[in-house]
Design a protein around this ligand. Sequence first.
Ligand code: NAD
Ligand code: GLY
Length: 368
Amino acid sequence: MSGTEQVRELQVELGDRSYPIYIGQGLLGRFGETAEKHGLPKKSPILVVTDEAVGSLYLERATASLAASGYVVASHTVEAGEQAKRLESLGDIVTTALSAGLDRDSTIIALGGGVVGDLAGFAAASYMRGVRFVQAPTTILAHDSSVGGKVAVNHPLAKNIIGAFHQPEFVLYDTETLATLPPREVRSGLAEVAKHGLIRDREFTAWCETNAEKLLAVEPDALSYALREGCAVKAWVVSQDEREGGLRAILNLGHTIGHALEAVAGYGELTHGEAIAIGMCGSARLAERLGFAAEPVYEPTSRLLAKLGLPTSLPSHYDTGAIMEAMMHDKKFRGGQMVFVLPKAIGEVDIVKGIPSEVVKEIVESLK
Ligand code: NAD
Ligand code: GLY
């Protein structure tokens, strides 16, 4: 890319489907030139999908840049929040796409957080059996969700249960957008940053704890470093195991309990980051309870998450039975066995199958 600002570039290595993640300030203003560089066709319309909050702040910036490069651009705006990640929204996007004349050479761009990314990505995966897709993340959390090609919508009974793998052409991460993130969303995104440290990088985990205040203050240098490190962990794992045949499941640290909490709470009551923060504490407790952890993991995990302003326990009104039932609907529940990602040590995790449900129930209770 040309220009004066510093742009950091990471590569997701997937053979001929490899793609870059561009991270830098002001990148939305360079959307058009980046689209051209990646050969997005100009004859077919582009559809930018966003949500109400992000759209009011950044849609014009993105579409103006694309239009200046000669692209015909339509847009579709969904409500803000997890509730938008449902099948009905997908139908609405398809209606807009057809009305705007999108064809097989068109591109769908996700401009927003993980909700828009997952929803627009699934639209791109399924519209005309698959069109090009670009991720333009605007939340901290989306340093995770915009990389790796998992796209999905929720079902009332289970999260992300209707979905696909559909890799983007590139990820354009304009970190300037993070300045307007509400504080609760900053904390939520930092849960995924912490997760990337906890699964694979002990040193980075320690750095996150030392720099927690800077991260919470959205200090650009600290945040930029954290996002790069987080994206690097994610990109490495995805490059090794794109379709979660094995290793990729380590990215699900905290998700078995976390997804169940999101479903039971009603999508939106807990943010995704809050739910997985509680889930990561549960995994650490479970690892210690089963004698799997080679060192104390619960105390350092919960200490880090608390410093990042995240919840580490479960509100007592949550029904343990309902949480257990929601876990049975999880994609990680296979052949009647509970599967968890458990920490062996800080910065090292493994996938553990066949965990007795009574022990999981005991851990869920202990989180209250
Ligand atoms: P989100 O997309 O709902 O964004 C959070 C809130 O912040 C929304 O209200 C949004 O309107 C607002 N917002 C976004 N960017 C903003 C900005 N720059 N300024 C002001 N407001 C802004 O939520 P999220 O936390 O980004 O993503 C959560 C979703 O990501 C969940 O559905 C989760 O399942 C999914 N996810 C997917 C993957 C994956 O690999 N596909 C990985 C992790 C999480
Ligand atoms: N967030 C889990 C994954 O991308 O595999």
